[in-house]
Design a protein. Structure first.
Length: 140
């Protein structure tokens, strides 16, 4: 099963790689979505970050949120396309400790995002019917 076989989420926020972490945090807080896709000046996907990245890489280590940029905090996953298998997508998520990955076309333009829940649901057939321990096995 591939990423294109599951629902690609269209509810996401984007920020520029040059945006300050303060601007990113405000965008995340306003949207109530904990993740952001990072785009460059040509609107190509260059990475992603989440609220935990901001906490662990900026606030907890007392970096200046007014000067540090999204590019300095983001993770840069390999491109995930509609043809990427769910198994490979899950592996990338595990390696990066990510709960969301951007889905891109051949020009690295954003098509949407795939979440860990989408991937697990696709891998398990019906994630909601799994027991708590079965869900944990899929996560780790």
């Amino acid at each position: 099963m591939n990423v294109g076989d599951v629902e690609i989420e269209d509810d996401y926020i984007t920020v520029k790689n040059t945006d300050t972490i303060l601007a990113v945090a405000k965008a995340i807080a306003k949207s109530a979505i904990p993740d952001a896709v990072v785009l460059n000046e040509n609107d190509k996907v260059v990475g992603a970050l989440d609220d935990f990245d901001i906490i662990s890489k900026v606030i907890a280590v007392e970096k200046d949120h007014n000067t540090i940029t999204a590019e300095e905090v983001m993770y840069a996953p390999p491109p995930v396309r509609k043809t990427t298998t769910l198994e490979e997508t899950h592996k990338i998520m595990q390696e990066l400790d990510a709960t969301m990955l951007p889905v891109v076309d051949d020009e690295l333009k954003l098509l949407g995002v795939v979440t860990i829940m989408d991937v697990l649901e696709g891998l398990s057939g019906d994630y909601k019917k799994l027991s708590f321990f079965e869900k944990l096995k899929l996560l780790f």
